[in-house]
Design a protein around this ligand. Structure first.
Ligand code: SF4
Ligand code: FES
Length: 233
C-alpha cells in the first residue's frame, strides 16, 4: 500500500492518498471546499474557480491540484470566500437566473452557494443576455438562460453515457451548450435517463413532467447549506 501524504488545510492535518486532488482529500477528511464544475463521477475541468484555495500562498483550483507532502492549504478564509462570492455573483449576473420561477430552486448548487456565501443583490450589473430554450425533446429541455457553462453535461455525456450529445460552441459571451445534431435536442440520441441530464448543477438541463414533484421547502438545500453533508462526515 502506498504511503499517505500529510498536509494541512486551515491548520488541520489531513492524510491523503497519492494522486488525490486537494478537493478529494479534503472531502474525505470532512472538509468542504465549494465547487461547481467538479462532480465526483467526472474528471475535473478546472473552469469555474469556485474551488479556489491558496496553496503555499498561491491560488490554485482544488479540484485539479494534486496533494503534495507538507503543503499548506488555505480554504475557509475571509479572503478566499470573498473571491468565491464574487465568482457566484458574476455567474448570477451573466445569465438569467430567476430562482422563484425555476424548478431547480432548492436543489440548485448555484443558488445554494449564493445562500452559503450570504449573497444579496449582486454588485455587478445584470447583463440580461438573450439565450435560447430548446424544448423539442419529448422528455428533456435545455434552458440556456440558466446555464453556467460548467461542462458537466459535456463530460458526462461523453464519459458516462458514451454518447457525446453536448458540446460547447462559440467564444466569450457567445459561448453556449450545443447538441450534436443540426439544431435540436430532439434530433439527438439523448435520453432522460442519461447521466448528463442528472449532473447539471442548475436548472439548465431538466426532465419534463416532474416539475414540483418534491415541493419547495422539502428540497436538498432548503434546510441545510450546501456542503453540510461533507462537513458531517
Ligand atoms: S447545461 Fe447544465 S451541466 Fe451543461 S454546461 Fe450548462 S450548467 Fe453545466
Ligand atoms: S470546481 Fe474546481 S474549478 Fe470548478
Amino acid at each position: 500500500m502506498s504511503e499517505k501524504i500529510t498536509f494541512t488545510i486551515d491548520g488541520v492535518e489531513v492524510q491523503a492518498d497519492p494522486g488525490q486532488t486537494i478537493l478529494q482529500a479534503a472531502e474525505a477528511a470532512g472538509i468542504y471546499i465549494p465547487r461547481l464544475c467538479a462532480h465526483k463521477d467526472l474528471t475535473p475541468h478546472g473552469s469555474c474557480r469556485v474551488c479556489t484555495v491558496f496553496v503555499n500562498g498561491r491560488p490554485q483550483s482544488a479540484c485539479t491540484q494534486p496533494v503534495a507532502p507538507g503543503i499548506t492549504v488555505e480554504n475557509d478564509t475571509e479572503k478566499i470566500n470573498a473571491i468565491r462570492k464574487d465568482i457566484i455573483e458574476m455567474l448570477f449576473v451573466e445569465g438569467n437566473h430567476f430562482c422563484m420561477f425555476c424548478e431547480k430552486s432548492g436543489n440548485c448548487e448555484l443558488q445554494a452557494l449564493g445562500y452559503r456565501f450570504g449573497m444579496l443583490a449582486p454588485k455587478y450589473p445584470y447583463m440580461f443576455p438573450k439565450r435560447e430554450v430548446d424544448a423539442s425533446h419529448p422528455d428533456i429541455f435545455i434552458d440556456r438562460n440558466r446555464c453556467i457553462l460548467c461542462g458537466r453535461c459535456v463530460r458526462a455525456s461523453r464519459m458516462l453515457d458514451g454518447k457525446g450529445v453536448f458540446e460547447f460552441v462559440g467564444r466569450g459571451p457567445e459561448k453556449r451548450v450545443q447538441v450534436n445534431a443540426e439544431a435540436r435536442l430532439a434530433d439527438t440520441d439523448a435520453s432522460v435517463t442519461d447521466k448528463a441530464v442528472q449532473v447539471c448543477p442548475v436548472g439548465a438541463l431538466l426532465p419534463k413532467r416532474v416539475g414540483y414533484k418534491v415541493p419547495v421547502g422539502q428540497r436538498l438545500y432548503d434546510h441545510e447549506p450546501i456542503g453540510s453533508d461533507i462537513e458531517k462526515k
